[in-house]
Design a protein around this ligand. Structure first.
Ligand code: ADP
Ligand code: ADP
Length: 237
């Protein structure tokens, strides 16, 4: 459960990106956050895992008061929340499986990550995660050999290997073609429904948001201007 209570975010340069945000998101919901560029969507989801710190109000994520976390607590907290980016954020010059295995040792320097320090259980878990998003056959292929859609599914597998309660996705299909976008959105939907993982996704394709999400939150100039079930959204929104 995620709860925003009068949340405000003002960046250090004085820009107020969020004001008076009040939201409750239950476990297992698939929420699409829509709005124009600069509306505050990215800021909103990045406050949830404390990539950004809120500057007012209270934000509770699974009984944790996010603003009160310190040092090592922040790192442990972040590990329970998956994050998917528009640009995939993979290490492209190594294999798919290595990219998933990294999720088990995020704090290690890069050069130590591929040196055979993973247990058999971790390897199995990584392969299972790849299987869940339908790219097990690519496990030993280098990431730079894959299409954009396949790369985004590797990013999803990497997140799943962490067994998150929540996946945050910041424009995950913005750089994919329409056909591939659907494959990736289907993966999000399957993961959300089969594993009861909450998905909170920024997406500027309103048609895709309407097709896949259970709930739509509309943001304009840092404020929530719409919040409701997808079935209740009228076409002009
Ligand atoms: P969206 O994701 O809807 O495009 P953002 O959350 O990225 O919106 O941005 C909301 C507002 O905050 C914009 O005015 C943007 O320029 C500003 N902003 C975003 N990130 C920063 C930052 N790190 N420092 C200062 N201003 C920022
Ligand atoms: P926070 O207070 O959440 O740590 P900062 O204001 O320190 O955020 O900015 C974080 C980073 O985002 C900085 O590296 C900054 O240069 C960059 N940034 C600044 N303005 C923007 C903007 N309009 N959109 C996106 N990123 C921005």
């Amino acid at each position: 459960m995620i709860e925003f209570m009068n949340v405000e975010k003002t960046y250090s340069n004085g820009t107020t990106a969020l004001r008076n945000i009040n939201l409750k998101i239950g476990q297992g919901e698939f929420v699409a956050v829509i709005g124009l560029s600069g509306a505050g969507k990215s800021t909103l989801i990045r406050c949830i895992n404390r990539m950004h710190e809120i500057t007012g109000g209270t934000l509770i994520v699974d009984d944790v008061d996010v603003a009160k976390l310190k040092g090592g607590q922040i790192r442990r907290f972040r590990r329970r929340i998956g994050m998917i980016f528009q640009s995939f954020n993979l290490v492209t010059r190594t294999t798919v499986i290595n990219n998933v295995l990294v999720s088990f040792v995020p704090e290690l320097p890069l050069w130590r990550k591929w040196t055979g320090l993973f247990t058999k259980e971790q390897r199995i878990k990584a392969l299972e995660a790849l299987d869940k998003v339908g790219i097990l056959v690519k496990a030993f292929v280098r990431v730079d050999q894959l299409s954009g859609g396949q790369q985004q599914r590797v990013a999803l597998a990497r997140t799943l290997a962490q067994s998150p309660d929540i996946i945050l996705a910041d424009e995950p299909i913005a750089s994919l073609d329409p056909v591939t976008s659907r494959v990736v959105m289907d993966d999000f939907k399957n993961i959300n429904k089969a594993m009861n993982i909450s998905v909170i996704m920024n997406i500027h394709h309103v048609d895709m948001a309407l097709e896949y999400a259970d709930r739509i939150i509309g943001i304009r100039k840092g404020e929530v201007v719409f919040d409701g079930e997808t079935s209740k959204v009228t076409p002009e929104i």
